[in-house]
Design a protein around this ligand. Structure first.
Ligand code: IDP
Ligand code: MG
Length: 152
């Protein structure tokens, strides 16, 4: 795969939506140079979220996590660009906002691990799985950004 078309799944969680941070988050990914190729707002069902977080099924916080994630609408997005998965995680910060540096999204906008406002794929493999779970093929767009030759 061409490195420049690596895709990551980013979701603004219900607390990020309710607290009005959607624009700030989108702005950071745009300003970085990543290309938005899919976006929708949805209320995810517990069944859908259980599929998304299946690897965490045995964790003590799993039930609360599903409740939290289904407590309101989320903004699901796919961002594309060189190193989008790894760089996306760096932009998010650590899972626990308390360990997230200022300048990261979790470091700047939230306090508690149970209300950490944003999800980002942790590997190219999980990104592929998550994108196909959240988006149909025809919900993702292919286009050339006019900034492309100024970014690469
Ligand atoms: P990540 O979102 O940084 O990839 P994961 O370990 O995959 O972190 O956990 C998924 C989500 O589960 C976290 O973003 C957070 O919302 C929640 N979570 C993780 N650890 C805890 C915890 O110790 N207590 C409560 N919620 C947690
Ligand atoms: Mg994770």
């Amino acid at each position: 795969m061409d490195a420049k078309v690596e895709r990551t799944f980013i979701a603004i969680k219900p607390d990020g939506v309710q607290r009005g941070i959607v624009g700030d988050i989108i702005k950071r990914f745009e300003a970085k140079g990543f290309k938005l190729v899919g976006m929708k707002m949805m209320s995810a069902s517990e069944e859908h979220l259980t599929k998304h977080y299946i690897d965490l099924k045995e964790k003590p916080f799993f039930k609360d996590l599903i409740k939290y994630m289904s407590s309101g609408p989320v903004v699901a997005m796919v961002w594309e660009g060189k190193g989008a998965v790894k760089t996306g995680r760096v932009m998010l910060g650590e899972t626990n906002p308390a360990n997230s540096l200022p300048g990261t999204i979790r470091g700047d906008f939230c306090i508690d691990v149970g209300k950490n406002i944003i999800h980002g794929s942790d590997s190219v493999e999980s990104a592929t799985k998550e994108i196909s779970l959240w988006f149909k093929d025809d919900e993702l767009v292919t286009y050339t950004s006019c900034a492309f030759s100024w970014l690469y």
